[in-house]
Write a protein that binds this ligand. Structure first.
Ligand code: PLP
Length: 398
């Protein structure tokens, strides 16, 4: 038979979506499964946002819009960038796409020529390397350490840059670690980026989900040199419980925005017209439901962190953002469960789903083999039940 695309064949299916699907399937069979796999808030989209979408439908706002999004939403995003991120992006520097994944696809499509390298610090959100490869680039993984809270240092970055390096991906707050970069760390990275003249892809998808004293900081806000070399990417999915609506966006130079708009005009045309109207309401309407979700996430975060700290054989660092706890399970490896030796975290995840009805995400696809990710985007009752089960698994090991 004729050979299919090598580029497409090299793409790994998303393992997080596979785990969520397996948990759903078991639940459909009547099993009482706790799913720690979720990459999405468990809350419903706030009612005012839903109402805006219904109004858009009833008003006949159901046709094509400009390919890179409606001006009303670009204005709202521009104001948000200014007020929240201290960033000046005019509407013509903004491109609205079908979710953050699509924004990232546009970014790498516009930045990369075949063979260009993109530095990705591990642990990383599993889609980055795949999106980079699809855009013709070469992912270069730098493994960070627990001592540096799994964050890229300026020195690591400097050492990894070659004459092929086009960009570095910086994700704060981070999926899967829940870590935030401090101003000092970001300034040091920005200095290297400017000196070496590369781009930063700043994925700030979880910018609203920051807990405790520390604040979210956008690297592009430090001055013109770094601003010119940054594409800032965010979206509505995580902050407004709008994962299914598919709205992501970028702020960049006018030149890059124009190129991304042209690419998008041929590949997908505009993001959904109704979702765009809903996004205007999300950004400009009342924010009280966001505050409520935030408070609930924070409560769950603390509970989960404290419980995991008390469990045998696992450890974690207190997460300060997003809705994930990144768990070191290296001490589980080599222990015996019934008659078998647990040899990998993937195997541990298999046992947990099959024998304890609990879905967790092994992080091999996130570039960290001995860790797993637990999401707290589920109710506190579910978290309690699931952690009880994980604890009994750990106690059952010999
Ligand atoms: N960036 C990060 C770090 C994510 O975790 C996600 C979603 O899981 C995205 C981007 C993409 O979000 P979406 O495509 O749902 O807008």
């Amino acid at each position: 038979s004729l050979e299919l695309s090598k580029k497409a064949a090299a793409v790994k299916p998303s393992s997080t979506l596979a785990i969520t699907a397996k948990a759903k399937e078991l639940r459909a069979q009547g099993k009482d499964v706790v799913g720690f796999g979720a990459g999405e808030p468990d809350f419903n989209t706030p009612q005012n946002i839903c109402d805006a979408a219904i109004a858009a439908i009833n008003d006949g706002f159901t046709k094509y819009t400009p390919a890179s999004g409606i001006n009303e939403l670009k204005e709202a995003i521009s104001k948000k960038f200014k007020a929240f991120n201290h960033l000046d992006y005019a509407p013509d520097q903004i491109v609205i796409s079908n979710g953050g994944k699509h924004s990232l696809t546009n970014i790498f499509t516009v930045l990369l020529n075949p063979g260009d390298e993109v530095i990705i610090p591990a642990p990383f959100w599993l889609s980055y390397p795949e999106i980079v490869k699809l855009a013709g680039g070469v992912p270069v993984i730098i493994t960070t350490t627990k001592e540096q809270n799994f964050k890229l240092t300026a020195k690591d970055l400097e050492n990894a840059i070659t004459d092929k390096t086009k960009a570095v991906v910086l994700n704060t707050p981070n999926n899967p670690t829940g870590m935030l970069y401090t101003e000092e760390e970001l300034r040091a990275i920005a200095k290297v980026v400017v000196e070496k003249d590369i781009y930063v892809v700043a994925d700030e998808m979880y910018e609203n989900l920051v807990y405790g004293e520390q604040k979210h900081i956008s690297i592009a806000s430090f001055g013109k040199d770094i601003y010119d070399r940054t594409i800032t990417c965010s979206g509505l999915a995580k902050s407004y419980a709008m994962t299914g609506w598919r709205i992501g966006y970028t702020g960049s130079s006018k030149e890059i925005a124009k190129m991304m708009g042209s690419v998008q005009s041929h590949q997908t045309s505009n993001p959904n017209s109704i979702a765009q109207k809903a996004a205007v309401e999300a950004l400009t309407g009342p924010q009280d439901s966001v505050a409520k979700m935030h408070a609930e996430f924070d409560k769950r975060r603390k509970y989960m962190y404290e419980r995991i700290c008390k469990m045998p054989l696992v450890s974690t660092i207190e997460p300060m953002g997003a809705f994930y706890v990144f768990v070191d399970a290296s001490e589980v490896l080599g222990k015996k469960y019934k008659d078998t030796v647990v040899e990998s975290v993937a195997q541990m995840a298999e046992i947990l789903i099959n024998d304890y009805n609990t879905a967790v995400v092994p992080c091999a696809d996130f570039g960290f083999e001995k860790h797993l990710r637990l999401s707290y985007a589920i109710s506190i009752e579910q978290i309690e039940k699931g952690l009880d089960r994980i604890e009994s698994f750990l106690n059952d090991l010999k």
